[in-house]
Design a protein around this ligand. Structure first.
Ligand code: ADP
Length: 435
């Protein structure tokens, strides 16, 4: 079976790495303490002799020479004798007793110039304590260190794993709950900056998801409500026609037709926004007479709502041509106009204004209706957003109208907006480049 480090739990992985690191450390320690110890020791002693030679050279004529020689003998174990008096040093008896290994000596000779132009030759003897006994000690020490290191590695691996893996596990559990639709879950990873950032990001994602989810639920509730009402009306009138075919009145068929229109516009809205949001819709750009198109649409709607007391007027100075997707621009305008009618309350006067400013054209739809609260203004362009959830409208609204306007304007690179005062009315506008 192939051993895969990749799939190990974090704590075992940390442990494996720590063990590897300890192994390397111990190996280096072993190399230096046993294999190279003798050579290194000799190297260091030779270096010490060299330093001693330099020190003696500097002070050869100094009155301190005696002190220096004493110092080198006491502290550095370097014995300095005139070469002619030099006898190969006898291994120290006491030391030899302690240590059954033979003692080694490094000997180097150098000539020094005296003040009176004479020269003196001095021999430097550095004792080398045998290291084989030390190596045995060090080996035992290495065993103990290895044991301590492995124990420490296990301990540290668990500690690190606990500090690192635990918050990740907690986040993972929360994420699993989130994926099952528990949107109110809170990510509480802490201990590391990265973990805290991840938690914060996931919390934002969860909040966004829950917003989308509640909007989706709201939309489903709205749509099913808006679908059920016309459908039940259509059904009951169709039932009457079925049971009493001779008593069909034009009003009854009109209701069926109107309700069918409502249903169609609702379904179209939902389809439109999903197409626009998918990015699957492309613009069919043509140069067209915007002023004429607005007149036509206004007239069409005006004739529909005139009987309910609405008065629509269009103010313009000139005919303006734009290059845009005519169907979509008119749809955006239509949505604004329908909203103006829907939210106009008792004052049923609606004004449409076309203004040319430089090389752009501004279309405003002005109503004197209920207006919008300042705090709601930033949200009305969001999908499914409705200020008053139970608003009874003349024409079915899905909370999608303005988000369709927004999408269309964004696709055209146009700007859009609203100025509104609660109780006084609203002015919705959009601006396009004119030809
Ligand atoms: P809806 O189908 O609810 O009208 P819209 O996206 O068209 O959806 O509008 C979003 C919300 O903005 C509406 O629910 C309404 O509260 C508010 N709104 C839009 N137009 C007007 C207006 N002319 N006057 C007052 N409020 C408006």
């Amino acid at each position: 079976m192939k051993f895969k480090l990749k799939k190990l739990k974090l704590q075992w992985k940390v442990f494996a790495y720590m063990l590897g690191f300890c192994g390397l450390l111990l190996f280096i320690l072993w190399l230096f303490q046993t294999v190279f110890l003798n050579d290194m020791y000799k190297y260091i002693r030779k270096k010490e002799i060299k330093n001693a030679m330099e020190l003696v050279e500097e002070n050869i004529n100094s009155p301190n020479l005696q002190t220096i020689l004493q110092y080198l003998s006491d502290n550095k174990d370097i014995l300095i004798t005139p070469t002619n008096e030099f006898k190969p040093p006898q291994p120290n008896i006491n030391r030899d007793k302690r240590d059954r290994h033979t003692m080694e000596v490094i000997t180097e000779t150098k000539e020094f110039k005296l003040q009176n132009n004479k020269t003196i030759s001095l021999t430097f003897n550095a004792m080398i304590t045998p290291v084989s006994a030390t190596i045995d000690t060090l080996r035992y020490q290495l065993y103990i260190i290895t044991f301590i290191m492995i124990t420490l590695s296990i301990f540290l691996a668990f500690l690190i794993a606990k500090r690192v893996a635990k918050p990740i596990e907690v986040i993972n559990d929360s994420a699993k709950a989130l994926s099952k639709g528990k949107y109110d879950i809170e990510f509480t990873g802490e201990g590391f900056l990265e973990i805290e950032e991840l938690s914060a990001t996931l919390n934002t994602a969860a909040t966004e998801l829950s917003k989308v989810e509640s909007l989706r639920r709201e939309l489903m509730a709205n749509i099913s409500h808006d679908l059920r009402t016309p459908l039940s009306l259509i059904y009951s009138y169709a039932e009457v026609m079925h049971d009493f075919p001779k008593e069909i009145s034009p009003e009854q068929t009109k209701v069926i037709m109107d309700e069918t229109t409502r249903l169609t516009s609702l379904v179209n809205d939902v389809l439109d926004i999903s197409k626009l949001e998918n990015g699957k819709q492309t613009l069919n750009l043509t140069s067209f007479n915007l002023t004429n198109s607005i007149i036509e649409t206004t007239n069409r709607i005006s004739s529909l709502v005139k009987k309910d007391g609405y008065s629509l007027s269009f103010l313009y100075n000139e005919e303006v041509y734009v290059t845009a997707d005519e169907v979509k621009i008119i749809q955006a305008f239509y949505n604004l106009l329908i909203n103006a009618i829907n939210y106009s309350n008792d004052n049923k006067l609606i004004t449409i204004k076309q203004t040319v400013i430089g090389n752009v054209v501004k279309i405003e739809v002005i109503d004197n209706g209920e207006g919008i609260l300042d705090e709601d203004l930033p949200y009305i362009w969001d999908r499914y957003y409705k200020v008053d959830k139970s608003h009874k409208r003349a024409i079915t609204g899905t909370g999608l109208g303005l988000s369709i306007v927004k999408k269309i304007m964004e696709m055209h690179g146009g700007s859009y907006g609203v100025d509104s005062t609660l109780g006084e009315g609203s002015t919705f506008w959009f601006i396009l480049n004119k030809n």
